[in-house]
Design a protein around this ligand. Structure first.
Ligand SMILES: [Zn+2]
Length: 253
């Protein structure tokens, strides 16, 4: 839970109109919307997951978004990475995403960082945000995010897709397992794997929902619970996750 203290931001008349429907949500109102406006998030990866996450958080009025990616837009990205269009081929993904996000919502400040997630970079990239959205596609990069977030006591949302399946859990250091508790062993660097764009859309929307719940304090997060989406059978299930007493990352956190 974020201690917002006294939130200094106020909503403009235009913002009251723009966010009218979500402010009708139970427990939301102007107060939650002011929190969303004051919120700062980092989105690690603006590909299949990062696209819907960034678009929905921008639409919801998150005040500051740092989007991080070091790739350029390729034709084979366009089946699922909906922030990037045919006119963006060859552009850095963060530049392409920043343009769409500011067109969708000019009130949102976007910091486009064209960098890979490394141990060093993570220290700076996550230091001034409230939450990190893991929209990456390799376990190695995710573990860098996990290590830095545990060190900072910073929550992050883990989300992954494979084919028509998706996985999501909210990791709040000290309150539940970290990613290393769940995946104690490294896996080989992932080669090309199947993804249906709509699956990334479903999972990105779950991830954006969790982030907004955390920022506003509304609802309860999927801490210690892996939400599994099976698009083939069209079923969701939830599996309990436990903190590992021998975890190499969060044992002393
Ligand atoms: Zn752990």
């Amino acid at each position: 839970m974020i201690n917002w203290g006294s939130i200094v931001v106020e909503l403009t008349e235009q913002e009251r109109i723009r966010y009218d429907r979500q402010m009708l949500l139970r427990g939301w109102g102007e107060e939650a919307q002011r929190k969303v406006k004051a919120a700062r998030v980092a989105i690690a990866g603006v590909g299949g997951l990062g696209s819907p996450v960034a678009l929905y958080l921008a639409a919801a009025g998150v005040g500051f978004m740092r989007v991080i990616d070091h790739d350029i837009v390729n034709l084979s990205n366009l089946n699922r990475q909906i922030a990037h269009w045919g006119t963006d081929l060859g552009r850095p993904k963060v530049e392409s995403a920043a343009m769409k996000l500011t067109q969708l919502n000019p009130e949102v400040k976007v910091d486009a960082v064209n960098e890979a997630i490394t141990l060093d970079a993570a220290k700076d990239l996550f230091k001034d945000v409230h939450i990190v959205l893991d929209c990456l596609d390799s376990l190695g990069a995710r573990m860098i995010v996990n290590g830095e977030c545990v060190r900072r006591g910073m929550p992050f949302i883990y989300t992954a897709v494979y084919g028509m399946e998706g996985y999501m859990t909210s990791i709040v250091p000290g309150k539940g397992p970290c990613l290393r508790c769940i995946y104690p062993h490294d896996s080989p660097a992932s080669s090309k794997f199947p993804v249906l764009g709509a699956t990334a859309g479903v999972m990105g929307c779950l991830e954006a929902t969790e982030a907004l719940k955390y920022l506003t304090g509304i609802g309860s997060l999927a801490i210690g619970r892996l939400v599994i989406y099976d698009g083939e059978r069209m079923q969701f299930e939830s599996v309990a996750l436990k903190r590992s007493p021998t975890c190499s990352v969060c044992r002393f956190a």
